[in-house]
Each structure stands twice: as structure tokens, then as C-alpha cells.
Ligand binder design. Structure first.
Ligand code: AMP
Length: 505
């Protein structure tokens, strides 16, 4: 699979086919190719000789796709940053990427980045996109060059930029188009996740790889359930891509069933535990749709396993499996701690400009059965997830070896929140503890030890802590509850005693 070539051929053969639709606008494949030519031409003139990544800021506007494609066609990785991030994080990411220009497709008023960066904002974009300039694709991103960079929570409070090479994306797509028994050409995908989360790569790129239409839900729409369901029902979506948490929200509405959403052929899930409860309800309400569980971290291009959750699979004892690894990938279990290690052709080339953190979790492993020559070396990634295979060879994800959690599908390093908390004046120590139900995290509680009386020991103090966190962290990372304690309970080796704190949650 060469995704850029595939988009081009769809644009040439069926220029009027819709590629993207959201409340911000609609776009055809022909327009996508034409507009991305004009922007690629601008970028390559503006950044002559430089092949460094470019940050792209915005939400669900069709021109986000134009910007992504223009970057890779002109030899630059793109780094999508969604409007859900606070100014501070956006500015940190812009500085980490540190290219001369930043493309801002929409909501320029929401960012505040160093003025040494030139903002290619709405007005300038309109002029460029209307210019109709052609572009010779002589040096697009290819092979091991980075195609995109997605930032994800880091335990020290500094997000990590996961680099995905073009080959890894193309290898992933070769397999993702076979999901659910094979995705046909020209179908319709639901896009729920923001583009700064790798779950969106599943719908966006599997959609582009099959010449399909991507129907995107913006943030505002996702906060208005009846309106959103109406929008989805009128969009004739065939492939539903979301976190299980999002489908749980929809299942809260009685109307969410085959009767009103008969076009849905399959639910493709990734990003967090799929519980039996969710799968059962979906099977009951959508008896003709498949429910597919996939597993994988951003560090190995969205996902690397698949399993069809049939009624028979649900009837088996215990948790649902995550399935079998895709071709070109092996998941090896570390005998020491049961950690799952992903070895194969869609593993990331590491964290952007962060050798230290890259070396901790990425390494080269012997290919074994992945290559004709078992001694060949291939990329490997330590996931931090524990897992096991059952007698039939099915893989199960059992938990974490660290303090990373998934909350409503969002990946959060508790250490990221804790280090932000301790930077607040008046906070002496902090620990963030998840509350779980059936193994799934439901909410977070921050235990805070105050320093002196800078922060009031009452409701206003707790509110102040949450509000201050919001300035530095995306809102999904701000703990629902803040509890002040006099002293942090400690374990024998001096770390916060999380077991004791869990008892208090
Ligand atoms: P992300 O990088 O945001 O996709 O998050 C990856 C992490 O989400 C994995 O390392 C797992 O901890 C968790 N995860 C992803 N898919 C599943 C799944 N199907 N079942 C259980 N956990 C999952």
C-alpha cells in the first residue's frame, strides 16, 4: 500500500466522490488533491531544503486533511494538534516541533505560540488554496521517513511525540483494509476521535485507503447526544470507529439500535478495554453488525491485533480477548513480568528528539518467524501492558506494569498529572488514584498535601487546584475530585502508598 498514490488515483478516477464531511464542510477527493497540491507547492517553496515536521492545529475542518496531505507530499511529517489542548501544551508542542511555520486551519484565537513561528492561518490558507497552483510530487515522505507525529501523555509531565514512519503506516493499512472480513471500496466511516489521537488514523487512513468517505463528529456535536445521533443516522455510516466508552454513551439512548442505524456493518473498537457488557448490548441491539476488538498503542500505529466478538466469544468465561496479531507482527510475552512486546513492521521509530525515553522502550529484536532470515533485526516496543495467550492462541490484555491508565479512551500517565500538581504553588505532594469498575477506570481522584495555607482547605481550594490544572492539561486529564490530606502515606521505599490511597477512593 502506498497511501499517497492511492489518494491520487481515487482523486483522478472519481474526483467527485466525497472524501470528508463534517459540520465544518464537505470535500471531494478531487478537491483534496487539488488543494493539497497548492499548499504543498507553498510549503516546498517556503521551507526549501528543510524536511522537518510541521505542526497542524485545528479540529474537524476538511482542510485538516488538505494540510496533512500537503505536508507529506512536500516531504514533511505532520503533527496534528487538536483544539482540546490548553494553550500551554500547544505552545510546548510548537516549540518541540520547532519548524519555521505552523499551519492553523481553524480557531487561531485559541492558541498563543512563540511569535518566531509564522502562522499559516485561515486567511493565508484561503489565498494559497484558491491559487490553483500545481505541484510535482518529486520527493514525498517515504520509507523510514516520519509520516506523522502524535503526542501522547508522558510520565514526567512532558508529552512524548511518537514518530510513525511512512512504511509503518502503509504496512498497517495493508492489514487494516482487511479488518472485519475486508472493507469494501467507497464505503463510509465514522470519525469520532480528534486527529491528535491515533484512533483517528484507523478511520481516516483506512477510509482513504479504500477511497471512502469519512464522516467526522466535532466536539460540540459530541456534547449534544440527540443532535449527534440524528447526524450519524442521516450519514449512513457503515464502519463505526470509536472507543468503547463512546459507544457506551450512545447505548445510553434507547434509539441507538439497528432500527434507526441499519447501515452499520461493523463496530471497530480500539484504545481501551472492551467490556462484555458493552459487547453484549451492541450484539443485542445490532444483531447484523460485527463487533471487532482491536488492541495496540500509538507506538505501533494504532493497533496490531483483531478479534471478531461473536456471541460465542462473549459466552466464554473471563474477559474478552484482544485477538491475534496482524501479519508482519508478533507479540512476545516477557517471561519476567508478562509484559507484551510488539515486534514488527508497524512499530514506531521512537519519540521525537527524545533518545532517552526512546531507548527505554524501543529496541531491535530478532525477527524469528517474521523473516526468512530469523536473525534479521526488526523494531520492537515494550508496551507496559501485561498479557497472556490462552490454549487456543488467543491473546488477552491483563493490565499495566506502570501508572498509565485509560479514562474514557484517553491515555493518561498519572505521573503527568502529579508532576503538574506539584508545580502549583501551595502543593507539597500529590498522588492521583483511579477509581475502577470491572477493570475499567471510571474517574480520577487527586490526593493533595498542602504546603502552608496558600491554598484554602475547603471547596474554594479544591476548585482552585482543578482550575489551575486546566491551564496546563487537557480537560480529560483533570481529576474529577481533589482531596486534601495532612500527610502522604508512604511505602517502605518512600513512594506514595497507592494501595492505601485506593482504599480512600
Ligand atoms: P493509545 O496509545 O492511546 O492507543 O493507548 C494504548 C493503550 O491503550 C494500550 O497500551 C493499552 O493499555 C490500551 N488498550 C488499547 N486497546 C486496548 C484493548 N483492546 N483492550 C485493552 N486495552 C487496550
Amino acid at each position: 500500500m502506498d497511501i499517497i498514490a492511492k489518494i491520487k488515483s481515487t482523486a483522478i478516477e472519481t474526483p467527485d466522490r466525497l472524501v470528508f464531511s463534517s459540520r465544518d464542510g464537505k470535500m471531494t477527493y478531487g478537491e483534496l488533491w487539488k488543494k493539497s497540491s497548492a499548499l504543498a507547492s507553498y510549503i516546498s517553496n517556503r521551507l526549501e531544503g528543510n524536511r522537518e515536521p510541521i505542526m497542524v492545529y485545528g479540529h474537524k475542518h476538511p482542510d485538516m486533511l488538505v494540510a496533512f496531505l500537503a505536508c507529506v507530499r512536500s516531504g514533511h511529517a505532520y503533527c496534528p494538534v487538536d483544539i482540546g489542548n490548553p494553550r500551554e501544551r500547544v505552545s510546548d508542542i510548537a516549540s518541540a516541533i520547532d519548524n519555521e511555520i505552523v499551519i492553523v486551519v481553524q480557531h487561531e484565537e485559541m492558541i498563543d505560540i512563540d511569535d518566531k513561528y509564522e502562522i499559516v492561518g485561515r486567511e493565508k490558507l484561503d489565498t494559497i488554496l484558491e491559487s490553483d497552483t500545481s505541484y510535482d510530487d518529486n520527493e514525498p515522505v517515504s520509507g523510514d521517513e516520519t509520516y506523522y507525529i502524535i503526542f501522547t501523555s508522558g510520565s514526567t509531565g512532558k508529552p512524548k511525540g511518537v514518530k510513525i514512519p511512512a512504511d509503518a503506516l502503509n504496512n498497517y493499512l495493508k492489514w487494516s483494509v482487511t479488518l472485519s472480513g475486508g472493507i469494501p471500496e467507497a464505503t463510509r466511516f465514522l470519525n469520532q476521535a480528534p486527529f491528535s489521537f491515533d484512533l483517528s488514523v484507523m478511520d481516516l487512513y483506512t477510509g482513504l485507503a479504500t477511497g471512502s468517505t469519512i464522516i467526522a463528529l466535532d466536539k460540540g456535536l459530541q456534547q449534544d447526544m440527540p443532535e449527534m445521533l440524528k447526524y450519524i443516522a442521516s450519514s449512513d455510516i457503515e464502519y463505526w470507529v470509536s472507543t468503547p466508552s463512546f459507544s457506551d454513551m450512545c447505548l445510553g439512548e434507547a434509539d441507538f439500535s439497528e432500527e434507526n442505524f441499519g447501515s452499520i456493518k461493523a463496530f471497530l473498537f480500539c484504545g481501551e478495554v472492551l467490556t462484555k457488557d458493552t459487547a453484549k448490548q451492541l450484539r443485542a441491539r445490532f444483531p447484523h453488525a460485527k463487533v471487532i476488538n482491536t488492541y495496540g498503542p500509538t507506538e505501533s500505529t494504532v493497533c496490531v491485533t483483531e478479534v471478531d466478538i461473536t456471541d460465542e466469544v462473549i459466552a466464554r468465561e473471563g474477559a474478552l480477548p484482544i485477538g491475534l496479531p496482524k501479519p508482519g507482527t508478533e507479540i512476545r510475552i516477557d517471561p519476567e513480568n508478562s509484559e507484551m512486546i510488539i515486534v514488527g513492521d508497524s512499530v514506531s521509530s521512537g519519540y521525537y528528539k527524545d533518545k532517552e525515553r526512546t531507548d527505554k522502550v524501543f529496541f531491535m529484536a530478532e525477527a524469528g518467524s517474521l523473516s526468512e532470515n530469523p536473525k534479521d533485526m526488526v523494531r520492537a516496543y515494550r508496551t507496559g501492558d501485561t498479557g497472556h495467550y490462552d490454549e487456543s492462541g488467543m491473546l488477552f490484555c491483563d493490565g499495566r506494569i506502570d501508572h498509565q491508565v485509560k479514562l474514557h479512551g484517553y491515555r493518561i500517565e498519572l505521573g503527568d498529572i502529579e508532576s503538574t500538581l506539584t508545580k502549583i504553588e501551595g502543593v507539597a505532594a500529590a498522588a492521583v488514584i483511579p477509581k475502577r469498575h470491572e477493570g475499567k477506570v471510571e474517574s480520577l481522584t487527586a490526593f493533595v498535601v498542602r504546603e502552608g495555607n496558600i491554598i484554602a482547605d475547603d471547596y474554594s481550594g479544591r476548585k482552585y487546584v482543578r482550575e489551575t490544572l486546566k491551564a496546563f492539561l487537557p480537560s480529560y486529564m483533570v481529576p474529577k475530585r481533589v482531596k486534601f490530606i495532612d500527610k502522604m502515606p508512604l511505602t517502605n521505599n518512600g513512594k506514595a502508598d497507592r494501595k492505601k490511597l485506593e482504599e480512600l477512593v
